[in-house]
Write a protein that binds this ligand. Structure first.
Ligand SMILES: *Cc1c(COP(=O)(O)O)cnc(C)c1O
Length: 236
């Protein structure tokens, strides 16, 4: 039964988060769980919401907007938080600015400026993270660490955005020690921003396969999909 297993999976993940946080000497409440619901329908989101999950991550704009509308019409009592975690094309910024609470993968000033310009005045500022390319050549998305500070300064000054922190998707690694290396770089980059007067409170890092390593390096949001909802079928 899908319904049971989503609730069970959420509880298993919360236990794993608690364990990883305690092992790192951190408060478990300092780590929040973003349920990545891409490719799964509104019914699945509602099942997770009824099990207590409130924050959902999506990668594809049109799919997400249809899903958000469907959930709102089926269950107007639910107050969910929607995070856009995919790469952002400039022709999609308006829909993102109008329908999401958070955006995780900003890596260009131009995209940030469009999101700020297009954020409706009736909504709270859009919470944003800057995606950093901590795997070098291996990844094409994310700002290079040496270009992070000027981007952060520009975004922090945009009126309808609130810069919350940094996000990364490192290359897969063999073991937890190797997984921790890029996450440690992220923690240090956040400290460097802090030293430059840009205070943020979020490190969005860690997925189903490397969550414990990310929490050991101060992740505050882990983005978990398959470990909650099962394997994705992209044909849907
Ligand atoms: C799909 C996705 C996730 C979730 O990945 P899982 O391996 O299913 O946990 C997390 N972050 C981003 C940016 C994603 O695109």
């Amino acid at each position: 039964m899908v319904v049971m297993s989503i609730a069970q999976n959420l509880s298993t993940i919360h236990q794993a988060i608690n364990q990883a946080a305690k092992a790192a000497g951190r408060e478990p409440e300092a780590v929040s769980l973003l349920a990545v619901s891409k490719t799964f329908g509104p019914d699945v989101v509602i099942t997770a919401a009824d099990a207590g999950q409130t924050a959902f991550g999506e990668n594809y704009v049109q799919e997400a907007i249809d899903k958000i509308a469907a959930v709102q019409s089926l269950r107007p009592d639910l107050h969910l938080e929607w995070h856009f975690i995919g790469p952002i094309q400039s022709n999609k910024t308006r829909n993102i600015a109008e329908h999401f609470d958070w955006v995780h993968a900003i890596d260009r000033e131009k995209i940030a400026q469009r999101l700020s310009d297009q954020r409706p005045a009736t909504l709270a500022p859009l919470y944003v993270c800057l995606q950093v390319n901590v795997s070098g050549e291996a990844s094409k998305s994310g700002v290079a660490p040496e270009d992070l500070l000027p981007l952060a300064q520009a975004v922090a000054a945009m009126p309808n955005l609130k810069l919350r922190g940094l996000m990364a998707i490192p290359e897969p690694a063999e073991n937890i020690a190797q997984q921790r290396q890029p996450f440690a770089v992220m923690r240090k980059l956040q400290q460097q921003l802090h030293a430059a007067g840009i205070i943020t409170d979020t490190l969005s890092m860690g997925m189903s396969a490397d969550m414990a390593a990310a929490i050991a390096e101060d992740a505050t949001i882990v983005r978990i999909g398959s470990a909650i909802f099962g394997k994705r079928d992209y044909a849907n």
